[in-house]
Design a protein around this ligand. Structure first.
Ligand code: ADP
Length: 537
């Protein structure tokens, strides 16, 4: 066989050649909708490549982005990686000190940012000496006149000066193409460096029918940000398959997402549970319906079965539950049934799909006990989840040590899980979130999923609080649905008979809102601080 190298630019080149007319539609942060084709995107990516080379960007240099999902960000994915540099997507929702840490750690030479983030980057710039030039991702008319950002210029000016006369170099497929830092839910952010090979293989794998399933018939709208694990690989999978790509820009509120989905005929979307919880409420309140949306992938944190049921029954949208991490590119597993499950009742079918799912080819997984011994796939035994595969991290960027690998080369995910006889993995908890009560382990996720099924509960989190007798006991923290009333006692009663007695929460607290991470996950480290010193009777 030919020794062709898998390359990220090859994906866009393929789309430009074979799906030249498929569209990329973006809501622009500076206002308005932008629409063009893969052929035009490819053309502009080559102009960007020439601009980067003129600025002296060399193989392996990091080029940072602080940006929403837009066509310009899409061009950066391909233009930067295409020349052999590394596209470092930065999550603007992190704390400023984390952003400074990340930019300095990566030593980004250029930084491309959206207009929304101008005040933010102006604060960061003096603390980020490696950045030689700041590029505002818009046209010249939006350039501020009074900014002291070094080398500030507009993206459109940069491209206007260049031709599209450029051949993508033949890079070794193991060359790095992009860099993403973990959101630091449990630790300091750590860099995960993806390769051309891992990225293309991952894009092919997520396109499979039992993974995220992406075809030329789809209109794909990644709501998951392009600064969060490459929007789960969709900006690569869409051009690879010739699907139309719809990018929501800064319009992440339910009304804007709904409007864009309807106007562009979106069939397939992806995002974290919080996005869909909010959208469900919006759809219910306005009595809206989707005319084209049929499927959405939900991952990043556990998807409550009640949310899956509501989307399917009320909106006709199937939720595909998937699990992954920054360290796994991110797709590890997806919750699709097997042939034997087809005859199941709707309730039992949902129970299978609500698990985090089966591995896709390329990823292998196992669960191990404290002694490192592999545990059985019986759906009951739970242990540390280990994974391996060509798009799983080997070592963190510039960490100087083997990250979380075991001696025999498996990556420790930090998740605790079961695997059932059909291969469906179910996350019980993050190892740091498990509640250890009197020698038993209680899954905070199970309790949160149950709480959210109560009609008056908008969002719920469960944390362990100290108990003299049991060492830890579960505390349920709840945000009530607007206009609905429910007492702590009502909720405690709601759990009776639904979980083992020792798992029932000991107490309920109501809050206006729960703390979230930059990627919309429950920030339990903060919640534990908020309830430090809390004691249950
Ligand atoms: P960070 O580790 O910084 O929070 P990631 O986005 O990489 O950022 O988070 C990965 C973690 O998110 C997983 O280890 C797991 O704990 C959680 N996670 C992802 N998808 C799911 C899911 N479908 N169900 C439960 N937890 C999930």
């Amino acid at each position: 066989m030919m020794a062709d190298q898998l390359r990220v630019a090859g994906v866009l080149e393929h789309a430009a050649k074979w799906h030249a007319e498929s569209e990329v539609v973006s809501r622009l942060p500076e206002g308005g909708i932008h629409r063009y084709t893969y052929a035009q995107a490819h053309h502009r990516s080559k102009r960007l490549a020439n601009a980067l080379l003129k600025l002296g960007i060399k193989d392996g240099d990091r080029v940072g982005t602080v940006a929403w999902n837009t066509h310009r960000h899409f061009e950066l994915y391909f233009g930067v990686a295409g020349i052999g540099a590394v596209c470092h997507t930065i999550n603007p929702r992190l704390f400023p000190e984390q952003l400074v840490y990340i930019i300095n750690h990566a030593e980004d030479r250029l930084l491309f940012f959206d207009i929304t983030f101008l005040p933010l980057v102006e604060r960061l710039a003096p603390l980020c000496p490696s950045v030689e030039k700041w590029v505002l991702m818009t046209g010249p008319k939006h350039l501020p006149t009074d900014s002291n950002l070094p080398g500030l210029c507009s993206y459109e000016d940069l491209l206007a000066a260049e031709s599209a006369d450029y051949e993508w170099p033949v890079l070794d497929e193991n060359t790095a193409c992009s860099l993403c830092y973990t959101s630091g839910t449990t630790d300091q952010p750590k860099g995960v460096l993806y390769s051309h090979r891992s990225t293309v293989l991952h894009a092919m794998a997520i396109s499979l029918p039992d993974a995220l399933s992406c075809s030329a018939l789809d209109v794909v709208m990644p709501v998951v940000p392009m600064f969060h694990v490459n929007a789960w690989g969709l900006p690569f999978a869409a051009p690879l398959n010739g699907a139309k790509l719809v990018l929501p820009g800064a319009g992440m509120d339910s009304a804007s997402l709904y409007e864009l989905a309807e106007n562009e005929g979106v069939t397939f979307s992806a995002g974290v549970p919080t996005i869909w919880l909010a959208l469900l409420q919006f759809m219910r309140e306005g009595k809206h319906t989707f005319s084209t949306l049929r499927r959405t992938v939900v991952g990043g944190s556990s998807c409550p079965p009640a949310l899956m049921k509501a989307f399917e029954e009320e909106l006709g949208v199937t939720i595909m539950h998937a699990w992954g991490m920054t360290e796994t590119s991110p797709l590890g597993t997806a919750g699709h049934i097997k042939a034997k499950h087809q005859a199941l009742s709707p309730t039992d079918n949902l129970a299978v799909r609500a698990k985090q799912g089966r591995v896709v080819f390329g990823v292998d997984m196992k669960i191990v006990g404290d002694d490192g011994q592999e545990l059985p796939h019986d759906g009951v035994a739970f242990g540390d989840l280990l994974v391996r595969g060509p798009w799983v991290v080997g070592d963190y960027f510039r960490s100087g040590k083997l990250g979380e690998l075991t001696a025999d080369g498996w990556f420790r995910t930090g998740d605790v899980a079961t695997i059932d006889p059909d291969g469906f993995m179910q996350i019980t908890d993050r190892s740091k979130d498990v509640i250890k009560s009197g020698g038993e382990w209680i899954s905070s996720i199970d309790l949160e999923n149950l709480a959210i099924a109560h009609p008056a509960v908008a969002e719920a989190a469960v944390i362990g609080v100290p108990s003299v007798k049991w060492s830890e006991r579960p505390l349920l923290v709840v945000v009530r649905r607007p206009g609905m009333d429910v007492s702590a006692q009502d909720l405690l009663t709601f759990f009776k008979g639904k979980v083992a007695k020792f798992c029932e929460p000991d107490a309920v607290e109501f809050v206006e809102q729960l703390p979230h991470t930059a990627t919309g996950k429950l920030l339990k480290t903060q919640l534990r601080k908020d309830f430090a010193g809390y004691s249950v009777a």
